[in-house]
Design a protein around this ligand. Sequence first.
Ligand code: NAG
Ligand code: NAG
Ligand code: NAG
Length: 405
Amino acid sequence: MLGLNKLVHIVVFVSTLVLSAIGAPAPQVDTDHSQYTPSPSTGSPAGISSVSAPWHTYEPPAPPGETTVPEVGSFMPAGGVGTNTTPLYRPLSDFDFQSLTLALYQEYIELDLFEYGLAKFSVSEFEAAGLTADDRFLIQFMADQEVAHANLLTNIIGKGVAAQRCTYAYPFASVRDFLDFCQKLTRFGESGVYGFLEHLASRAAANLLLQSIATEGRQQMVFRQLEGLFPMPVFFEPSISQSMAWTLLAPYIASCPQDNTRIAWQNFPALTILNNPNASTLYSLQENGPAVTHDRAHPLSAPGFVLSLQWESPGLPVGPDRSYTTSTSALGPPAYVAWVSQLNTTYTKLTVTGEHAGTTVQPADYVISGTMFVAVVDADTYVTPHNISMLNEHIVAGPAIYQAS
Ligand SMILES: *[C@@H]1O[C@H](CO)[C@@H](O)[C@H](O)[C@H]1NC(C)=O
Ligand SMILES: *[C@@H]1O[C@H](CO)[C@@H](O)[C@H](O)[C@H]1NC(C)=O
Ligand SMILES: *[C@@H]1O[C@H](CO)[C@@H](O)[C@H](O)[C@H]1NC(C)=O
């Protein structure tokens, strides 16, 4: 079988060479990039279409010091990265190791949180919040998903090296607040991964992680539904840096096994939104119980809403065993509030009203929606999802989760 396959590949390769030698139109470089056009060896099998299709104008740039040899195979356009290599499902850099370890810390708290909520509240408390036995089974199943995600990451990082489950401290005492905390925690879990995924050296590990984060994104939506919120009020899920995710996660970790990998990312000073819109108090259970969706005439927050902010000074202990210390790399005074939502980071002016306190106004920008992030910064640096970590050096405090709608 293998031999035959190889033979077919050789025949295809040779026939393409022959076709180009007998005067197939030379590919031209598409300079305006307005439209994707496939390279000559794509399209129909054996590259035959390259003879008669003058619209084949895309020519991939040659990597420096290499000649482009189109990978020729049936239905396999040239240029796929690692399509014919042995995948390395393991960290290939310190960056990989620390990013995957952060993701593992996140999977463990989710596992613990879902189990904790199910154990803490009685059946009658769940029922009073509108959750049925089926809903509770769904939460139990989500805990099972976390076991699988933690196993996956443990295997990628390496058994015996990968961090273990910690103990945690949670800020809720009712079912509604449990659901609210779950939809916020899974939001920064998901967004924290999107911020580093494309920067991992191990593309193979990145994809397996993404396949677990796709599940986590569904969990986030389900918790919003159980809380009675609109399930997905965005077109895109936001991404944040590892240090932003670690800043949001660390306060809820009480203690970790002594030999757990220490997290290398930064803990920024905590930021609190004193008047964060609260679904538990703004929406009554009667009108807004668990549902697939609610069409809301009155959003949780709207442009013009004045946020009251308060933040800590750097240098405070935080995280597991309070063995991490908050810090800031911002050189300037707090001046703006960064709004990280969907694909955009936008800024508003911060009005400083006291020591470590200030206000800002929600901008009139439709991208500000859903469970998203705000941070106090010293500069309104332009960043995109690709380089969101360049905001780290400007963060005075935060991020905090903002409940926009
Ligand atoms: C929302 O309001 C409830 C009820 O007052 C409160 O228990 C809860 O802590 C609030 N949630 C947040 C995130 O502040
Ligand atoms: C989002 O950011 C892009 C790039 O800066 C900008 O062109 C666009 O206007 C922004 N969208 C909104 C709705 O702010
Ligand atoms: C982030 O990337 C965008 C392009 O996507 C670039 O314009 C911007 O300058 C970058 N930001 C920083 C801080 O380098």
